[in-house]
Design a protein around this ligand. Structure first.
Ligand SMILES: [Zn+2]
Ligand SMILES: [Zn+2]
Length: 131
């Protein structure tokens, strides 16, 4: 099975995933902009049993506008987030795609929160758009 390695900035916290992601998406919401420091979040979701995290992590839980908890695991040394879980789908783990540092990673199938998208950001034509 295809294996991929993700890591924080300093390399202390690592995530290894096996197999292909079940969903690859971009989120343009303002919370994702704040979390990443970029203009959108780009994440890939994998079944929990295909994800292994090693190293020391700290957690931060944010409650979404809809009242749902999202728990982010980040490195206490460098602060980079390497995975997160949405309360309604606890059996799936999301990994920020940038943490793989792999420009050949599959493109997003979904573009979420299009109303918050920065005007210059273009998504792949085949990506499904939603708000
Ligand atoms: Zn780190
Ligand atoms: Zn978002």
């Amino acid at each position: 099975m295809h294996k991929r390695d993700a890591a924080c900035s300093c390399g202390q916290l690592q995530v290894t995933v096996e197999g292909e992601p079940v969903r690859v998406s971009v989120c343009h919401c303002l919370a994702c902009q704040r979390r990443t420091g970029s203009t959108y979040g780009f994440q890939a979701r994998f079944p929990r049993e295909q994800v292994r995290m090693t190293g020391e992590a700290r957690e931060y839980t944010r409650i979404s506008d809809a009242g749902e908890a999202r728990t982010f695991s980040f490195c206490p040394e460098c602060g980079a987030t390497v995975s997160y879980v949405v309360a309604s789908v606890p059996d799936v783990i999301a990994v920020p795609v940038g943490a793989f540092a792999d420009p050949s990673f599959p493109p997003p199938q979904f573009s979420v929160w299009e109303s918050r998208r920065h005007g210059w950001v273009e998504m792949p034509a085949e990506a499904e758009r939603m708000d």
